[in-house]
Design a protein around this ligand. Sequence first.
Ligand SMILES: [Zn+2]
Ligand SMILES: [Zn+2]
Length: 263
Amino acid sequence: MGRCAAPTEVYPAMNLTVVGCSGSFPSADSACSSYLLEADGFRLLIDMGNGALGELQRHVGLYDLDAVLLSHLHADHCIDMCGYFVARYYRHDGGPASAIPVYGPTGTERRLSIAYGDVPDEKCMSEVFDFRTLRPSSFRVGPFQVTADQVSHPVEAYGFRIECDGRVLAYSGDTGPCEPLVGLARGADLFLCEASFTLGKEDIPELHLNGREAGEAAAAAGVDRLVLTHIPPWTNPAVNLRDAQAAFPGPVELAKAGAVYEL
Ligand SMILES: [Zn+2]
Ligand SMILES: [Zn+2]
């Protein structure tokens, strides 16, 4: 903790691992949204969608997470928290694991308890998860300064700007085009942005971005690098990559399960 690195130093301030990046439902190649961000030995998991808990164990031990950040309560971003509750609450060795901070939208504890369906009592999830309600705000999580802002989606949903040692990761969560998204991503070193829709095919307002809209947001925010994520199995990623590249002059790539980015 407390390392004072200048942004120009060669070692990374943050390591980002793509645990899962499939949109809406898992693909044959990837679990749903989940990203592991590490700095100074602190491990923050951003979202835990379907299949993510299994994949996560390729990268860290079950009990190595220090905090969880949930962008919203659609199943493809949070449902594996039910399995993770089992792993922590019924831990074989040493009894229940201690509570780690879990940041989520209004009603996260209740939603996860209902989804689990058979909790021994209505408060037991809070024995292993210290639930904290997100608001548009900036707050500290371990070595990270996290800024959350509400984005454009049918449910209460947040995008995040996460800063550490002068480096910046921005994550869209699920969103249609909106100003807060550009604000969060302003000047980011890496912008992890959803591109669920196909340009010209799906046109539903305030739900998701297509490749071009992701590229436009990246260009408006002046980010260094754009990584497209949350592409559902029924969407052609090559089309979205091309559309994003047409709108954003910097480097663009597709997120892949297991990919690691040093920031
Ligand atoms: Zn989603
Ligand atoms: Zn969603």
